[in-house]
Design a protein around this ligand. Structure first.
Ligand code: HEC
Length: 432
């Protein structure tokens, strides 16, 4: 197979090896999590990689019939119906060439090779460069897993005496065995402080009730810090609070967690103010009911589709820099469009999520300069299309039923609880 070797740029005389060819690929694409001090088992070891060679290739190809989830965890897909307007930042998917390297290595016997061939791997950095403030949540006891995941909100006081602009946010889990995912939300007027008990926290699900729905960061293990495009920031005024929302997933023992949030502020107002807004069907008092009839995913339904249209209320010339698709357990796929309606022009497809996975939610951020980001105008509509599978063929529905101790799928209506469903997308907007 000299031609494969030539194509891959390796020496045709010697077969591809772990150290020379595979480690750089796994380090760059999987190394944010699969390393000795990462959140998942290490793939730095040639023996482990060799045992898993078939699985690595199957998962990285996006074949999901063989596994309950996709690796690397990244659900955006490009299809004929949806070509996003720009490439994605921190896209961990393997290129065809990288995949071919893994296949050639596996087919040649998954050999370790010579450790001296290992070149230092450029792992994705998970540090927020230039962080200039840290907020620490109070200690929280995460009880051994009881079958239900606690969602806990911690009001945090930024302690500002004048308005500053947040350009980056990083969640630093206290104990990453139990911090499943987290969001940091803006709390104008600090309504959340009154909800907290003497331990400085209160239970909350999906959004912290009294607090608005604007987040400044969404975190999943192994995800890079949330950073805004150049010359853009979230305004935080002295009367604003922040809320850290943590979705915990207990383990077999009690654990005390103390999660921190690192922040990067600038003092001068940037050219663009950022806002995340939540659009779609969600049963929050702060949002009007946007669909009629309300969202309902009947028990036993497969391929059940819902479409939600929300007028975008914004100043002219706003741009979208990120999308955060969100559904609950029966969600299967989602497409998010902008319908430019009155202004004419084709719809802009912002994202298609091919295989929704409740456990791996993230912001999908465009990797493009500001003037190349999709522009939206007053009167444009955000269109969120979701499909759902509320049967036991959907592994997430099985998880939900197991968690609740319920034998059969049941109707899922719009709402905040895990026993409800949602069809929403959080859009990151930049206002001039
Ligand atoms: C954002 C973090 C993250 C990234 C990036 C990531 N993984 Fe994972 N992966 C996990 C976690 C967490 C698990 C499950 C926990 C565990 O088993 O340690 C997992 C599990 C796996 C499994 C076991 C699957 C099974 O059936 O149990 C394989 C194989 C795997 N990953 C391969 C990869 C490969 C290959 C890449 C890169 C192309 C990758 N992962 C990138 C976090 C990640």
């Amino acid at each position: 197979m000299w031609w494969i070797a030539a194509l891959l740029g390796c020496n045709p005389e010697s077969p591809p090896t772990f150290y020379a060819d595979v480690a750089p690929v796994l380090g760059a694409r999987c190394g944010a999590c699969h390393t000795s001090d990462g959140v998942a088992f290490s793939l730095d070891d040639p023996e482990i990689a060799a045992v898993l060679a078939d699985d690595l290739i199957t998962l990285a190809r996006g074949r999901t019939d063989a596994a309950p989830y996709r690796m690397p965890p990244f659900a955006a897909v490009e299809t004929e119906a949806c070509a996003p307007p720009a490439p994605w930042k921190d896209d961990p998917r393997l290129t065809d060439r990288e995949l071919a390297v893994l296949v050639a290595w596996r087919d040649a016997g998954a050999l370790p090779g010579d450790p001296d061939d290992l070149v230092p791997v450029d792992r994705p950095s998970l540090d927020l460069v230039g962080a200039n403030a840290t907020l620490t949540a109070p200690e929280h006891l995460v009880a051994a897993y009881t079958g239900v995941d606690p969602y806990i909100c911690f009001p945090l006081d930024p302690g500002l005496s004048e308005t500053r602009w947040l350009t980056g946010v990083q969640v630093l889990p206290g104990d990453d065995r139990v911090v499943h995912h987290a969001s940091v939300l803006l709390d104008p007027g600090r309504a959340s402080a009154a909800l907290a008990g003497s331990d400085g926290s209160f239970p909350c699900f999906a959004t912290p009730g009294a607090v608005g729905s604007d987040s400044v960061a969404n975190f999943a293990p192994g995800a890079p810090p949330s950073e805004l495009p150049d010359d853009a920031g979230f305004a935080v005024s002295p009367s604003d609070g922040l809320v850290l929302l943590v979705h915990y997933h207990g383990i077999t023992e009690d654990v005390v967690d103390r999660t921190q949030v690192a922040l990067r502020y600038v003092d001068a107002p940037p050219a663009h103010t950022a806002r995340f807004t939540l659009n779609g069907v969600i049963d929050l008092d702060v949002l009007p009911r946007t669909v009629d009839p309300p969202l309902l995913v009947p028990a036993g339904a497969t391929g059940h589709a819902e479409e939600v249209r929300v007028p975008l209320v914004l100043p002219d010339g706003a741009r979208i820099w990120s999308v955060f698709p969100h559904m609950h357990y029966s969600g299967v796929s989602q497409q998010v469009f902008v319908d430019h309606g009155a202004h004419g022009g084709d719809d802009t497809c912002l994202i298609e999520v091919g295989r929704w996975d409740f456990d791996w939610q993230r912001d999908y951020v465009y990797d493009a300069p500001l003037d190349a980001l999709p522009e939206v105008h007053p009167g444009d509509e955000l269109v969120v299309r979701c499909t759902f599978d509320n049967t036991v063929d959907n592994p997430s529905v099985v998880t939900l039923l197991d968690d609740l101790g319920v034998p059969e799928p049941f109707d899922l209506a719009s709402g905040n609880a895990s026993t409800d469903e949602m069809c929403v997308a959080l859009v990151g907007l930049l206002f001039p």
